[in-house]
Design a protein around this ligand. Structure first.
Ligand code: NAD
Ligand code: DAU
Length: 333
């Protein structure tokens, strides 16, 4: 059995990777370590209760005691998905981002070094390159993060690399573009806009709506991470992009049209501070290892919209309490 620790497994991408791991790798024993912050949702993993190769530990990656408890019984391989992930919240208050994304990654690296793990996969992000006016970021490009979230992730990315260069820890680093799909917390633009449209609420589009993101369907991301682990080289970075660059206004109109909602629901609002204009990745390195995204954007977005339309019981309870407080304050409603 290969003993695998997946941190942040109750979140959006982490929960997809946990399901993917248990169905794709018969010989993996999976432990999830998750603090269950506002973004972590036990419902994302509830179908796995009682699974013989799965265990859930509630804990904080920034606590060495919690990390050691999760690693009891040994560890071969670690995927670090756990992070504070929302750019807007990092602009409001960066402290939790530095604690989890930087100090938490340090804590995991130390624990992994003490146990001589065979692979440490650090889930980084395309945001570490900063805004890219033209062309596409390559793995060797300079990092220029421009908001507290991406700066914290860049610190973690390079800290992980330093444990490879200094101690020889077998670290692999992935930098993915914007993910979308079922079970994404409705503070991120696609689930926010889909759920607002379903409730006939305005869709708050920042600035001029011309910012560009490259959309990657979440299960394609999971497949790419297997390629990084099984075919990648320790110490290397791998870009993972969907190849679907879209302007935010296009996404907004597509959501409204698909749900047959009026364009009048579109509401231009004040721009995000330091809003990165465009992210774009050159993915030739991982493509050379045999990975290619399988989900055309039109298919992925249809599937995602349908999932939110038929899983109101997943998102309606989220859009209450602390969420509403954040929403009203952030959007000045
Ligand atoms: P998410 O916000 O949906 O989930 C994060 C998970 O981490 C939650 O379950 C949360 O409870 C857990 N967590 C937070 N702090 C923790 C702590 N201190 N200890 C233990 N668990 C903690 O995030 P996501 O969108 O699924 O992103 C997962 C990873 O992928 C992150 O590292 C993120 O930076 C990276 N990433 C995300 C995207 C994207 O588009 N969503 C793209 C590229 C990279
Ligand atoms: O690029 C990868 C990153 O993608 C990940 O590392 C982050 O964890 C993830 O949150 C995501 O960051 P973004 O800032 O790109 O995602 P978000 O969904 O917050 O915003 C996407 C775009 O939509 C961005 O240009 C801002 C815009 N937007 C967002 C919100 C929440 C709006 O116009 N209105 C909104 O209300």
């Amino acid at each position: 059995m290969t003993r695998v620790l997946i941190t942040g497994g109750a979140g959006f991408i982490g929960s997809h990777y946990v399901h993917h791991a248990l169905t794709t790798h018969d010989d993996w024993q999976v432990t999830v370590l998750d603090k269950l912050t506002y973004a972590g949702n036990p419902a994302n993993l509830e179908d796995l209760e009682g699974h013989p190769r799965y265990r859930f530990v509630r804990g904080d990656i920034a606590s060495r005691g919690d990390v050691d408890a999760a690693l009891e019984g040994g560890i071969d391989c670690l995927f670090n998905f756990a992070a504070e992930t929302h750019v807007d919240r990092s602009i409001g208050d960066a402290e939790g981002f530095i604690r989890t994304d930087v100090y938490g990654t340090y804590t995991l690296l130390e624990a992994a070094r003490a146990r001589e793990v065979k692979a440490f996969v650090q889930i980084s992000t395309d945001e570490v390159y900063g805004s890219v006016a033209q062309g596409r970021s390559r793995e060797t490009d300079a990092l220029m993060p421009r908001n507290p979230y991406s700066a914290s992730k860049a610190a973690a990315d390079r800290l992980a690399y330093s444990y490879f260069a200094t101690y020889g820890l077998p670290v692999f680093i992935s930098r993915a573009s914007n993910n979308y799909g079922p079970r994404q917390y409705p503070e991120k633009v696609i689930p926010l806009f889909v759920t607002n449209a379903l409730e006939d609420q305005p869709l708050p589009l920042y600035g001029d709506g011309q910012n560009v993101r490259d959309w990657l369907y979440v299960t394609d991301h999971c497949e790419a991470l297997d390629v990084v682990l099984l075919k990648g080289t320790p110490g290397e970075v791998y870009n993972i992009g969907g190849g679907n660059e879209r302007r935010n206004i296009e996404i907004t109109e597509l959501i409204l049209d698909t749900l047959r909602k009026p364009r009048a629901l579109l509401r231009y609002v004040q721009d995000r501070l330091g809003h990165d204009r465009r992210y774009a990745l050159d993915c030739s390195k991982i493509r050379a290892l045999g990975w290619t995204p399988r989900t055309p954007f039109e298919q992925g977005i249809d599937r995602t919209i349908s999932w939110y339309a038929s899983n109101r019981s997943w998102w309606q309870p989220i859009k209450t309490g602390e969420y509403l407080e954040y929403y009203r304050k952030h959007y000045r409603l």
